[in-house]
Design a protein around this ligand. Structure first.
Ligand SMILES: [Fe+2]
Ligand SMILES: [Fe+2]
Length: 175
């Protein structure tokens, strides 16, 4: 019986970090899930041919990034002040601002315009760099996990705010 339990718990995959084998708290799980989703969409974008598909996927990417940066800026970053090095948090805000400017530029363009694809590609690279700063060993998430904040409770708030913003920002786009 014990042996069976052991082997079945080996195959089941609870939330774990690759490096420590420890489960990520909910806030980190929620944020990492957003990162993976948007990374997948940037890859998908590279395969697209038609302007309408590009426009549709880019608006999904833009909405996801706006919502994600907002929940980080409203909840995660400010609550991690004091737990995470100031310089790292300051740089993260600046990187968010850079991404938002590039998103706004792309939104003002049409997929048929020169440099549209190039700007989407550069945005993807920029986001990849930023995500690395958050997820790398010793990075923002690692420092947050070592801190005293209740990251499971924060995860619930991040999720709720995300849902609210998705509805608001998606609605605003249609209006
Ligand atoms: Fe993030
Ligand atoms: Fe971020």
């Amino acid at each position: 019986m014990d042996a069976t339990q052991k082997s079945s718990s080996k195959t089941a995959k609870p939330r774990r970090t690759r490096r420590t084998g420890r489960r990520d708290p909910l806030a980190i799980t929620v944020l990492k899930k957003d990162h993976r989703e948007v990374e997948g969409w940037f890859e998908e974008y590279e395969q697209l041919e038609s302007d309408s598909d590009k426009l549709a996927l880019f608006s999904k990417i833009a909405l996801a990034l706006k919502v994600h940066t907002t929940i980080e800026e409203e909840i995660f970053y400010p609550e991690e002040r004091g737990e995470v090095e100031d310089d790292m948090l300051d740089e993260a805000y600046v990187e968010h601002d850079g991404a938002k400017k590039l998103i706004a530029e792309i939104e003002a363009m049409k997929p048929s315009d020169d440099f549209y694809d190039a700007k989407v590609k550069v945005l993807g690279e920029y986001i990849k760099h930023h995500v690395r700063e958050e997820e790398q060993p010793g990075g923002i998430f690692a420092q947050a996990k070592r801190g005293d904040e209740d990251l499971d409770a924060m995860g619930e708030r991040l999720r709720a705010r995300k849902e609210e913003l998705m509805a608001q920002m998606d609605g605003a786009k249609l209006a």
